[in-house]
Design a protein around this ligand. Sequence first.
Ligand SMILES: [Zn+2]
Length: 185
Amino acid sequence: MQREYEMAHPAAKKLKVAIVDLDVHQGNGTAKIFQGDESVYTLSMHGEKNFPFRKEMSDHDVDLPDGCTDVPYLEALEHALDELERCFYDDSSPLLMLYLAGADPHEGDRLGRLKISYDGLLTRDLRVMDWAWQRRIPLAFAMGGGYGHDLATTLQVQQGTYRTALAYWRKWQAISSTVETTLAA
Ligand SMILES: [Zn+2]
C-alpha cells in the first residue's frame, strides 16, 4: 500500500500505517517485522499470559490480565488510541489503519482467557472504526481468532464487526466523491 500510494502520489508525504491488533494473542510477527520502521505504528492489546509466551516489542503493547472484563478493557483501548494520537497521528500525513478484529477476547472463547462480553466487543469495534472515521483515515480490517466453546458466539462477534464496518463503509460512500476530488487535487 505504501508503494502503491507513492506511485500514485509521488509528491506527497510517505503513507503512514497504524496497525491496531486486538486479537487476544500478541501481534508478534507484525511487531518484529516493523521494528525500527517509523512509518508503521504497531499497537497490540493481548493477554499477558497467553501465547506467544515470548513477546516481541510493538510500538505499544497492552498486557491484559486473565479474566479482564469490559470496563478495564475499553479503558485500556481509549488510552491506547490516545497514545496512537499523541505518538503517531499527524493530520498533515496520509494515514492508513489496519485493524485486526480478533474475536478471541470474548468470554465464551476456549483460548482467550479474557471475559469480554459481546456488547463489549461491539463497543470496541465501534470505537476503533469511529476513531478512524472521525479523522477520515481509511481503515481495512481482518478477522482474527475465535475459538468459542459454542461456535455461534464467535460468529456473533464477527458478524458484529462486519455490521459495524458496513455502517462506516456507507458513511465513506456518502463522501467518496469529495475524497476523490481532494486526492486528485
Ligand atoms: Zn488469537
